[in-house]
Design a binder for this molecule. Sequence first.
Ligand SMILES: [Zn+2]
Ligand SMILES: [Zn+2]
Length: 350
Amino acid sequence: MKAAVYYGPGDIRVEERPDPKCERGGLVARVLCCAICGTDLKLATAGNPRCHPPRIIGHEMVGEIVHAGEDVREFAPGDRITLATTVACGECPYCARNLGNMCPNAKPISYDYDGAFAEYLAVPPLALAGGNVISVPDSVDDEFAALAESLSCAINAQELAGLKPGDRMLIVGGGPLGALHAVLAKAIGAADVMIVQRSEPRLSLLRKIEGLTVINGANEDVSRVVSERTSGLGADVVIVCAPSRQAQEDSLQYARKGGAISLFASLPKGDADITLDSRAIHYGELRIVGASDSRPEHVKKAIELMASGKLDLRAIVTHRVSLDDIHQGLELMKNKQSLKVMVYPSGRPS
Ligand SMILES: [Zn+2]
Ligand SMILES: [Zn+2]
């Protein structure tokens, strides 16, 4: 089969690999499509010591089961599935607290197991046992299902930030995840979803999503817009999706008293110290929360929301490429010309 393989920082090759074998208690799925994640882009540029080369990358997938291993009861050939990427150990104190996304022994698919930028993917038995395989109902399109994993990270963050129906929300950074946060917040019933982006063409891609207040951070006064739209109060929830120190430091001034700020995007290791006004946190009773990755329950929730028809994901996938053209897809992400780029291992759909 054909696959995109990580050999080291900046070195991703599309090449022939043997078809994966189906393990006892595992599955093999034919990959229908797989979205490019920001972490794939990091591998393609800076690399990541957690990813062990040579490794087939890609994890935001939807597939159709072609083999179900011995002992597998809940899935059968023909079923469509998507994955929660982080395969937790199930035995550590974090797993015991249902915090598998914090599991120190976790083995993410596409880091420790081969991923889905390939024609076929083997699902390891531990992933099945951990509930990482989520079935996709007929009513959910392939491309939407492939967005479930990234959406699940937004669901985790919005739950931690305590976003409620009727809330006014500000998203700083309108890349693929910022856009997914926006669509999710609208589905949850946020009264106003404001999103800041500085660069074209992402601004024009965001304007295609219905019902958002798109703020051009390059020439609009973000504080003023937020203040005007919240009767001078500030946003109930601020989600910082831009991996920028300045964006994290500025986030406090956009939140209302008693509001929450989610530091969703991480800063580079060793370069992540920021300065915050502790009086604003103290007197304003602000909650500053982190958010990292997601758990199978969040992926399940993403699929349920898609099946309910409440999520308008039509404007999220902006580009489609074949596996042979994955570098072109990575380039679109790098140059901020796209929101989500979908990779089709068996050739791009017409
Ligand atoms: Zn991802
Ligand atoms: Zn664990």
